[in-house]
Design a protein around this ligand. Structure first.
Ligand SMILES: NC(=O)c1ccc[n+]([C@@H]2O[C@H](COP(=O)([O-])OP(=O)(O)OC[C@H]3O[C@@H](n4cnc5c(N)ncnc54)[C@H](O)[C@@H]3O)[C@@H](O)[C@H]2O)c1
Length: 336
């Protein structure tokens, strides 16, 4: 163990915002399995089918240690009630409007939820400064930075989409609250997360669907753009580690340190599905970055974070989940 590893602090009661989402619901299930008391909060935003989010929480809702608020982080009186009713050791703030491209269409909505909503959560912690905060940020804050792998100290003032700008604004706001009120916090920059329960509009989910149906896969650019895809189980492991080891104000990259090009990813999905992909080359899209690649040495040293799911394993686990969830997806498609 490294000398720099932050000493673990026990926790029992947790609030997870964005609890019904892809990463949030996976975290909730892990926390319940560890015997923690979990309060979830989510407004079931219709950015993608809310039924998928309800399915995500099906098991958790049967658990005696889980309580769910179907509520908006923009609803300040509601947040005040939640914090008055519970005493949290840790708040994991994941609720956000996610997705780069829709943020270009509707930047105001992204700033409202990702910045004003974050401010509302921070204002609750201001009066509960012993509660630790673990908050989702994003690799998108690195913008079109070519000096990969990205280190947490890299300049991040040039995001290339309103989504990225809103995540950066959330980080900066959180820093000011950490300094003013002494709230211990870890901000986690996730790098393209994939796996079971993945958001249906994310690239890998789309590739699986199109290749399974034998349809063309749109490839924006020449396929050389690359992403540091990280399996959701590894990301949740990193969140759990930081919940135990949050001290002062820290920013951590949670990534895989192993970028995969778009073309390689489409081909890997083809292998996983057992069909070759028919690729349709299209021009690059605004807001997309060329490369993401995490330097994770800080999270390795201070949190003991070691992602260990290979792309092959991760895609296989996603594919198995898709087959299990197949019935649900058929129903969703019939409805849409
Ligand atoms: N998935 C990724 O690759 C990725 C990468 C970087 C950062 N992140 C961040 O991780 C977090 C979780 O992302 P995800 O992929 O699980 O997305 P997700 O959309 O599945 O989860 C976000 C959840 O927040 C909820 N939400 C949205 N607005 C809300 C509001 N006003 N009040 C309450 N709840 C609200 C949504 O209903 C959703 O269930 C987000 O903060 C996102 O920005 C994700």
């Amino acid at each position: 163990m490294s000398l720099e590893m932050i000493q673990p602090q026990p926790f029992q009661k947790v609030l997870v915002t964005g609890a019904a989402g892809f990463i949030g619901s996976t975290l909730v299930d892990c926390l319940l399995a560890q015997g923690k008391e979990v309060v979830g909060l989510d407004n079931f935003d219709p950015y993608y089918d809310p039924q998928q989010k309800r399915d995500n929480l099906e098991a958790a809702l049967q658990h005696e240690n889980f309580q769910m608020y179907e509520a908006d982080i923009l609803d300040v009186p509601l947040l005040e009630r939640v914090f008055a009713q519970h005493s949290f050791d840790v708040v994991v703030h994941l609720a956000a409007k996610a997705g780069v491209r829709p943020s270009i269409e509707n930047p105001a909505a992204y700033f409202q939820v990702n910045v004003e909503g974050t401010l509302n959560v921070l204002n609750q912690l201001r009066v509960n400064p012993k509660t630790r905060l673990v908050m989702a940020s994003s690799s998108s804050v690195y913008g079109n930075n070519l000096s990969a792998p990205f280190v947490e100290t890299t300049e991040t003032s040039q995001p290339v989409s309103p989504y990225a700008a809103s995540k950066k604004a959330g980080e900066v706001l959180a820093y000011s609250y950490a300094k003013l009120y002494g709230i211990p916090m870890s901000l986690l920059r996730f790098f393209t997360v994939y796996g079971p329960r993945q958001r249906p509009e994310m690239a890998i989910a789309m590739f699986f669907k199109l290749i399974q149906k034998g349809e063309q896969v749109p490839m924006f650019g020449d396929g050389s753009t690359a992403r540091d895809y990280t399996y959701v189980g590894d990301i949740v492991d990193g969140i759990l580690r930081s919940m135990k080891r949050t001290e002062g104000f820290e920013i951590y990259n949670l990534g895989n340190s192993s970028p995969v090009s778009l073309l390689e990813m489409i081909q890997a999905v083809g292998v996983s599905v057992g069909k070759s992909a028919k690729i349709q080359e299209l021009p690059e899209q605004a807001g997309d970055v060329t490369l993401t690649c995490a330097n994770i040495q800080k999270a390795e040293r201070q949190l003991g974070f070691h992602p260990n799911t290979s792309l092959e394993q991760g895609l296989s686990l996603y594919s198995q989940w898709l087959s299990r969830a197949g019935q649900t997806f058929k129903t969703l498609e019939q409805r849409s």
